[in-house]
Design a protein around this ligand. Structure first.
Ligand SMILES: Cc1ncc(COP(=O)(O)O)c(C=O)c1O
Length: 389
């Protein structure tokens, strides 16, 4: 075992956890093993917990402003992990990436404006566009020979239709791809050619498995930095999403001012005091924890792959390049999505995300959250086997 005990089980029942307490609403019962919503079952790095405890012990919780050391921690993280030199005046702190998506859509497009997404994709990509009265334009990912690729001919066709904003998901939830430099180059160049701005959701950017590397699209060319909003966060990386802290990196002054204006319009003040503290502690002290976490999650992914090969060979696990979310193709079983859901809930007593939640192309897939101790993983796999064999 390494320095950190990712095998430890922490009881999360009765802790106001969406993962446990919302199953009733979504799956009709709370009596399932939850492997759905994207948070992990691990304790956050001790440095984060200690920094929060020390802040709590102070006992005065007045309005807070981000410190220079917070900005420095973000700069260092982006420099060390992604080799991108950023300036603190490019940062706009935001309680969450979904909030940032909504604000950016409102700031950079007009009502009825066209916004491009690559499907299947994280559901708020659809809802934030629609709820803000913009039009969704889809560039479906190509699923060929067990891998997802970008259909660049279609991407270009769609850009030509008057798209104003492209929302990139890198690494991609749910398909698990980490886009390569070549793919990012092509997307960036085409967006530049057609005058389309980029909102790059890189919330999973730290959860990438070797030999894959995370490259912020804005880091590739100055022109693309000037054309993009990049969303990063310690939330998925360090398992602190409930603390709600993230950063938008917006190098272009005009774009940044527009986004900040949208923030002001809804009276948003950036992060709360615990968000500031946790974000800084995570980025400043969490790297060693993260490296071990990545090994653990990778071993979980390998375990699932082997288990399914032996026990449920009709299921195909997509290669996990990034995220802790496995995308599993169950189409060969021949079940409808309704049947899949019914068997998982009523036979397996297992809560997975149905692929259809991610839109076109998600039919017959499920998404399994493997950010959990090995014991939980094994239990989940037994339940999956029971449901689908
Ligand atoms: C791609 C992606 N973006 C954003 C989020 C949520 O971000 P936040 O909790 O900061 O709003 C998730 C959570 O699963 C996600 O997968």
């Amino acid at each position: 075992m390494g320095k950190f005990n990712f095998d430890a089980i922490t009881n999360r029942k009765e802790t106001d956890s969406i993962k446990w307490n919302m199953m009733d609403n979504i799956y009709g019962t709370n009596d399932l093993l939850p492997m759905w919503v994207a948070d992990m079952d691990f304790q956050a790095p001790t440095e984060v917990t200690e920094a929060l405890m020390s802040r709590v012990a102070h006992g005065v919780f007045g309005y807070a402003v981000p410190t220079n050391s917070l900005h420095q921690a973000v700069k260092n993280w982006v420099q060390n992990r992604y080799h991108w030199t950023v300036h603190e005046n490019w940062f706009v702190l935001s309680s969450g990436v979904v909030t940032s998506i909504a604000l950016t859509i409102r700031a950079l497009t007009k009502e009825n404006g066209k916004v491009l997404i690559q499907t299947p994709v994280y559901p708020p990509f659809y809802s934030m566009i629609e709820m803000n009265n913009r039009e969704i334009v889809k560039n479906p990912l190509k699923y060929e020979n067990g891998k997802y690729e970008i259909d660049f001919a279609d991407f270009e066709e769609k850009l030509k239709t008057g798209v104003k904003l492209f929302i990139l998901c890198n690494p991609h939830n749910p398909v698990g791809r980490v886009w390569t430099k070549e793919e990012l180059d092509k997307m960036g160049s085409l967006c530049e050619q057609y005058g389309v701005q980029i909102l790059s959701d890189e919330i999973h950017g730290d959860l990438v498995f070797k030999p894959h590397v995370h490259i912020p699209i804005a880091s590739i060319k100055e022109g693309w930095a000037q054309n993009s909003v990049t969303c990063i966060a310690p939330s998925k990386t360090f398992n602190i999403p409930g603390i709600q802290s993230s950063v938008m990196i917006i190098p272009n002054n005009e774009m940044r001012e527009k986004v900040m204006k949208e923030q002001q319009k809804v009276g948003s003040h950036g992060l709360n005091i615990f968000g500031n503290v946790a974000l800084e502690a995570a980025y400043a002290h969490g790297e060693e924890w993260l490296e071990e976490l990545l090994d653990y999650v990778k071993a979980n992914a390998d375990y699932v792959k082997q288990f399914l090969k032996d026990e449920l060979p009709a299921l195909e696990v997509l290669p996990l390049e990034g995220t802790y979310l496995l995308w599993i193709n169950c189409r060969k079983l021949g079940f409808t999505d309704e049947q899949l859901k019914d068997r998982l809930i009523n036979i397996g007593r297992l809560a997975l995300e149905p692929g259809i939640k991610y839109g076109d192309g998600g039919e017959g897939f499920v998404r399994m959250n493997i950010g959990c101790p090995r014991e939980t993983l094994l239990e989940g796999l037994q339940r999956l086997k029971k449901a689908l064999q």
